[in-house]
Design a protein around this ligand. Structure first.
Ligand code: GLU
Length: 303
């Protein structure tokens, strides 16, 4: 089946699931998004891009940004981050304070909020401007200067960010932050508020399907680090449903509470899906259904 035909087939199959689940409402600005939206894009390793549905509408990528901040830290700083953040599945909600206390301020993986706060802290030290570093990377790899921040979402999250503030203070109490808590939280919040389309997101994730090679052919990550980042997504990228997602989809993936999921098919393509309705773990209901159909129809999984 051709890519375009495949995507149209999947959209027809998944559209009944669009609108199912609950739109994230703990960040009030996200609750205003139409739950019936659905978009999907595929960016192949050899430069083709395909899409269906709302694939050219800007969406709030939220935690999908964590993939890119980690990639930048690995690129700038090598393996050092792993002394401050683990790489094991969490099995707890993405914003758990209980687990962080138990783990004595070393977050279980870089994709739960606590882990991403530590990664952003390091990126802030390395670049002086973590949020712009993430946005600029997404503009370059996403091949679009339209990638930007949504100030309304950023302000909404900042106004309701008590739990992230609690996580950051707890991490700091264990001596695992280099910068002042308000600065780290500010960059973390803005980084989560990046808006871009499924098309741009699939393009931006493509270097992970290309073993670390970026849009213009330069190396972003070593082959090993690209493998490790994909592995970390597989075990920790979809909240506490990593097992279920591995079972149903069988690809490294990262979800965000805006309803986006970025999935990587090594050697072939990056896939971005968007459906704002979330399941109980925080993964897009329509997005997972679409990725499930994608790997079932193509037979492309890492297993
Ligand atoms: N900005 C959100 C938060 O910190 C991101 C959560 C997510 O997408 O998983 O709660």
């Amino acid at each position: 089946m051709e890519y375009q035909q495949l995507l149209e087939h999947i959209r027809a199959e998944v559209v009944p699931a669009a609108g199912r689940g609950r739109v994230a409402d703990y960040i009030p600005a996200l609750a205003a998004v139409d739950p019936g939206r659905f978009g999907m894009a595929v960016a192949t390793v050899d430069g083709e891009v395909y899409g269906t549905g709302d694939w050219r509408l800007p969406l709030s990528i939220q935690s999908v940004s964590k993939v890119f901040s980690l990639a930048l830290v690995l690129r700038e700083d090598g393996e050092k981050i792993w002394s401050r953040v683990g790489r094991e599945p969490s099995g707890h909600p993405f914003n758990s304070l209980l687990q962080l206390e138990h783990d004595q301020g070393i977050p279980r993986n870089p994709f739960i909020n606590a882990g991403a706060i530590v990664v952003t802290d390091r990126l802030l030290t390395l670049t002086g401007d973590a949020r712009s570093a993430v946005r600029d990377f997404l503009r370059t790899e996403g091949e679009s200067s339209a990638v930007g921040f949504d100030p309304v979402v950023a302000a909404s999250e900042a106004d309701h960010g008590h739990r992230n503030a609690a996580l950051a203070h707890l991490i700091a109490s264990y001596g695992n932050l280099e910068n002042p808590v308000p600065d780290v939280l500010d960059h973390y919040t803005w980084q989560c508020s990046v808006v871009m389309t499924c098309r741009e997101l699939a393009l931006a994730g493509r270097f992970l399907a290309r073993h670390g090679t970026g849009a213009s052919g330069e190396r972003i990550l070593s082959r090993s680090d690209a493998k490790r980042l994909n592995a970390t997504m597989l075990i920790g990228g979809t909240y506490d449903s990593a097992g279920e997602v591995a079972y149903r989809v069988g690809l490294p993936a990262k979800s965000g509470v805006g309803g986006a999921i970025l999935a990587i098919v090594p050697n072939r393509c990056a896939v971005a899906v968007w459906g704002p309705g979330l399941d109980a773990s925080g993964n897009s209901v329509a997005g997972l259904a679409a990725l499930d159909a994608f790997t079932t129809l193509t037979g492309w999984s890492v297993f």
